[in-house]
Design a protein around this ligand. Sequence first.
Ligand SMILES: Cc1cc2nc3c(=O)[nH]c(=O)nc-3n(C[C@H](O)[C@H](O)[C@H](O)COP(=O)(O)OP(=O)(O)OC[C@H]3O[C@@H](n4cnc5c(N)ncnc54)[C@H](O)[C@@H]3O)c2cc1C
Length: 393
Amino acid sequence: MDFNYSAEDEAFRSEFCRWLERNREFAVPALGPLADEDEVSWEATLRWQRKLSEGGWLGITWPREYGGRGGTFLQETICDQELERAGTGVPFTGPGMWLLGPTLIHWGTVAQKQRHLRKLLAGDELWCQGYSEPNAGSDLAALQTRAVEHDGYFVVNGSKIWTSLAHHAHWMFLLARTDSDAPKHKGISYLLVDMKTPGITISPLIQITGARHFNQVFLDDVRVPVENIVGQRNQGWQVALTTLAFERSSGQERIMTNRVAELAQLALRLTRNGHPLGDNTQVRQTIGRFATEAAAIRYTGFRQLTRQLKGLPPGPEGSAIKLSASELGLRMASFALEMLGPFAQVEQGDPFAADRGLWTRRMLEARGPMIYSGANEIQRNILGERVLGLPKG
Ligand SMILES: Cc1cc2nc3c(=O)[nH]c(=O)nc-3n(C[C@H](O)[C@H](O)[C@H](O)COP(=O)(O)OP(=O)(O)OC[C@H]3O[C@@H](n4cnc5c(N)ncnc54)[C@H](O)[C@@H]3O)c2cc1C
């Protein structure tokens, strides 16, 4: 890969940096999708999305006619780099921009693209993802939610679980079984559902941190207009796979370098026997190792970008990045608690909690990325079978 940027790309970078400088006051810290509203308020997160969208800095590679910039993957990477350098990022307000948008661009009808894409970029309509069910997670095609066509509508019955931010969402993209007799991957359809439709009940699931990130969503005789199907009836699995391909690049890798820097700052602030922990050789070496791993993840991301720029389909890099970034996140959070010693047990809300309990919360949150977007065991299966050619487990 050539690490140099063209003059045109550098001009683009300067333009974005100037805009970022002017709008710095609106930027929210870069946090993972599991951040709770104690770290940054929902309003501030939405405001930052709106600012970026008004500036034309979201949907960089999306077509202009649907509110995108019609730019290149390299320009999108440049924006991500500069956001990261500024300690911020594209805020997570649900999977609309990240998963549904690119899926609709690929599979949606013109009417669906016109109806949804601009509102989604602007943060005017937020989305949630209705894939997982109580008995269908890693084995997603085992899903049991049913959609039966009647009078110009699909009538949907079933339940979805672990639905992130459903309580903020205006719409849900969901998978439902439209042919119960077909083999399990073949009878599924992909539907767009207005969350205001009668028959939808959202029940909160409280995380181990005490925050409310996800929900169980019950669907009882929910009527979805037939034109809200994406792709062909009974062939929603193909559409679902497109969404999953975008999901694999979970974005965790983008915050790793900043997380290492934060850990180093913590080591400099904490003292043991009158000396900063950052002076301790073992602490320095451990943080150095984290920094090396974060750099390796970043360069693996560049390999992925190279494939994209050459127009090649996604390779195994997504699985490798997802696996290593989520595990690095957990090890860094654990190490922060080790450095805090007994103070690590003092949680959010207690006056003795270091950084208002941030590190303990991060440690608890760090399990999430190891499960969502395809659990790490599944990523290991993918790498073992498809890259290393090992026999199926
Ligand atoms: C923070 C968070 C947010 C989420 N948000 C959403 C959302 O918005 N929408 C949505 O639809 N879902 C969401 N999910 C759900 C997520 O997609 C599922 O949790 C995930 O697919 C795993 O499914 P499961 O929980 O049913 O676990 P299971 O599939 O039952 O897995 C249990 C354990 O068995 C292992 N396992 C399963 N199959 C295999 C295998 N073949 N080989 C080896 N090991 C295996 C798994 O790795 C795991 O360790 C979210 C999950 C989390 C943690």
